[in-house]
Design a protein around this ligand. Sequence first.
Ligand SMILES: [Zn+2]
Length: 482
Amino acid sequence: MGHEYETVIGLEVHVELHTKSKIFCACPNEFGAEPNTHVCPICAGFPGMLPVLNKEAVELSIKAGLALNCHIAEVCKFDRKNYFYPDLPKAYQISQFAMPICQQGYLEIDVDGAPKRIGIHRAHMEEDAGKLIHQGAITETLYTLVDLNRSGVPLLEIVSEPDMRSAEEARDYLEKLRAVLLFAGVSDCKMEEGSLRCDANVSIRPLGEKKLGTRTEIKNLNSFRSLERAIEYEVNRQKERLEDGGTIIQETLTWDEEKQVTRSLRSKEEAHDYRYFPDPDLVPIHISRDWVEALRRNLPEMPDQARERLMKEQGLPAYDAAIISLSPDYLAFFDACAARYSNAKVVSNWMMVELNRLLNLHNMNISECKINSNDFILMLNYIDNGTISGKMAKNVFEEMFATGSSPDKIIQEKGMVQISDEKALLQLVRKVLEENPEVVRDYKNGKEKALGFLVGQIMKVTKGQANPGLVNKILKETLTEE
Ligand SMILES: [Zn+2]
């Protein structure tokens, strides 16, 4: 019993392109409006309406393709993908089948400290469908509402090769893909708003086997955590099934976030089920090499380049550099701080520990954070010149995060200034020594721990405001004098 299996994962990621208007009509591409207010006869699928391609959607697709090291097609075209579903008013989706805009790219993730290349099979343009709002879980809903605001929003579907071998690799790939798309400026990639959506194809095969096992496709993965958990669950389910002598059925599953299980939605369609054919309303697109090269020249710094720069120019360890270069906003904050502070590692430590802790706690993005780089540097300076201790600084930082106040104001209001006056501290030290003759004797008899107790007493009477370094120094000096 207990065969060794290899997990094989490929991801299909849909990103909404950050255009001003929809892909085939002039309706605004905007999240969060009242349902069915950004709709016209074209995106509502009225008969006889003609689509007009949005050039900006093509441009953003090319940029994404270049950022993902893809070959950009010289000619691509649109096809109709036919299926019936209440969120698709035309009963077909305009997509790209035979001739996608981007092919054969890759991106790199880190696996056990070494780079691993994950292939990008293709990336194609298509229109988004409307949004169905179910009352409760999709498998139990009593009725469903349709919002067509999203219908016709430009999408790029990015299909990876089945190159990932664990849930962790899949998560790392998705994080890196998100970073690349954010840096390239093609999408805001907000999973919680649906502008980045991910489906996972998962199969297993006996270790050493070359042929791929039967795969299942998991939908409804709304966060990095659901992606990881759903894959882990699905891999175990498939293993148990095979171990029990069963077979895997090719099907589409949904991830039940509440119960943390995958459930069957429908048997998986094959491409031929969709009856793809060229859309007769749209001409093929010829993409000039001049256009592609101009876009390539103007691509901004990408995550891998940013990581290199942080290691070379700021001396950051690879781990820190990788985390800071996962989002352009995060990197911009770091760059603004590091430009005015001599120790980049101190900046990255504060960002990765305290700032991340608070961002996660409040489920916030750094762009929503109230702390500006000026105030942050000011706070670091106050630690360096002894005005506040590192411990106090954490409280100051928390207050800055919550209110956006400057550290000056917070330190003053809370009376947080550290006592670094040697004379004042010396008096306190003498008093504490007088009150604790036994502890002093213990220390002189070689009990090192006694010193800690005395420092603690001084911190207690000063309510934590004494400069601990100075207290230590003065205590030792006084004890040796006596
Ligand atoms: Zn429209």
